[in-house]
Design a protein around this ligand. Structure first.
Ligand SMILES: O=C(O)CCC(=O)C(=O)O
Length: 393
């Protein structure tokens, strides 16, 4: 995989911070002199940037009845979730119980971080192989098809000390960022609790014992990523986030009202309409494996806007690193649609290492990971299964 030790920086004109950012590029290519022109490292192939015309007709699921324990509402929500997950792995939830002031606080704080002078952001620079840190266009790892964005990522483990996120912000960025750490500590805790609730609904929808996934994910090890997408003069040639399926289990995303998230289903890209009160939920590869391929890991991307900046907050919910990812027995009865075993057993730590060291997440990550895993462990009994690792889409 190509790599570069230099970095690119999406930065803003001094007089109008975050309104009309342009790009300084210090990759191996010449420095960008004309902000109207996108450097080649940010260009994507035509098939990846094909324009979405239609909106996705995903369900907007009301979680109020679930929190109140209303049996009928729970069954109804589980039914809608099942339909969405069998089809594309994407839905939105409202009445999710997350305080809107917490969400606003998360945007205010991370907006202030992205608006900070470059030298402040670089204090948290993501090191190669690390999950946490500030990254400009992921150029610390890649040198082509770069995403038009800056990100700040950090870990959140359910079993870690109460102040893990606060400590991260203070140690990476200094004491001034303690308050931002407090907001994100709370935000991640709230996301983890919501994810555990959604796991109950997923279990019900799959006909699995209701608490099975809640217990499996009790000691979850998640990743929070804040995305900042500056406006781009040539939006039709770049992507804020390239087409991919999330390798983790479940992603809970809040996006601002600019719009840009798109989902691939029925052979084409669909726009997702942002709902101010909703959280976006998508199934990731690890849950697809846990469901033995029944539920689809959602293929998605984010496009950028010519005039407006955009931010999104992605919580990537994942199991404890050493938990063995294996479907429950009830999902292993093979038939013509779902073979007995679709993916080999794996742990989140091995999957993470695969993505960090040898593979750039895309639409086929789980397929390639499964093949690689099988090539490493020829004694795995599931090797006999010819359907192993085949992507359902
Ligand atoms: O910003 C978005 O809408 C999508 C972000 C995303 O897919 C990611 O961060 O992996």
């Amino acid at each position: 995989m190509a790599d570069t030790s230099s970095h690119s920086v999406l930065s803003s004109p001094r007089d109008n911070a975050l309104q009309t950012p342009y790009l300084h590029c210090s990759l191996s290519s010449p420095r960008l002199e004309n902000p109207q022109k996108v450097p080649t490292q940010f260009l994507w192939p035509a098939e990846d940037v094909e324009c979405a015309l239609d909106e996705l007709n995903e369900p907007l699921i009301d979680l109020q009845g679930f929190f109140l324990g209303d049996h009928e509402s729970i069954l109804c929500a589980a039914k809608e979730i099942k339909k969405a997950c069998l089809s594309h792995g994407f839905f939105q939830v409202v009445n999710h119980g997350i305080d809107p002031r917490l969400i606003q606080g998360a945007y205010d704080n991370i907006g202030a971080f992205f608006r900070s002078p470059l030298e402040t952001k670089l204090r948290a620079t993501k090191k190669r192989g690390s999950l946490s840190g500030y990254s400009s266009a992921h150029s610390e790892r890649f040198s082509s098809k770069l995403p038009w964005k800056e990100t700040l990522s950090f870990g959140f483990a359910a079993s870690s000390p109460d102040e893990e996120v606060i400590e991260y912000f203070k140690s990476a960025l200094g004491p001034d960022f303690g308050q931002t750490g407090k907001v994100y500590q709370k935000y991640c805790e709230a996301m983890k609790d919501l994810a555990l609730g959604i796991m109950e609904l997923l279990a019900i929808s799959l006909g699995v014992e209701r608490l099975h996934y809640r217990e499996f994910f009790e000691d979850s090890c998640s990743i929070m990523r804040c995305n900042y997408y500056p406006p781009c003069k040539e939006p039709s040639h770049v992507l804020g986030t390239g087409p991919h399926r999330d390798p983790n289990s479940l992603t809970i995303l809040h996006e601002d009202q600019v719009g840009g998230l798109e989902v691939f289903t029925n052979g084409k890209w669909h726009k997702v309409r942002p709902h101010p009160d909703a959280l976006v939920i998508n199934i990731g590869d690890t849950f697809m494996a846990l469901s033995n391929g029944r539920y689809r890991s959602c293929l998605h991307r984010a496009v950028v806007n010519e005039y407006k900046e955009r931010m999104s907050l992605a919580f990537f919910f994942s199991p404890a690193v050493d938990k063995v990812v294996r479907p429950v027995q009830d999902l292993l009865h093979g038939d013509s649609v779902f073979p007995a075993r679709k993916y080999p057993d794996f742990t989140w730590s091995v999957f993470l290492r695969f993505i960090r060291e040898s593979y750039r997440a895309d639409g086929d990550t789980l397929l390639h990971f499964s093949r690689w895993l099988l090539s490493q462990s020829p004694v795995m009994p599931s090797l006999q299964d010819p359907e192993m690792g085949r992507d359902p889409s």
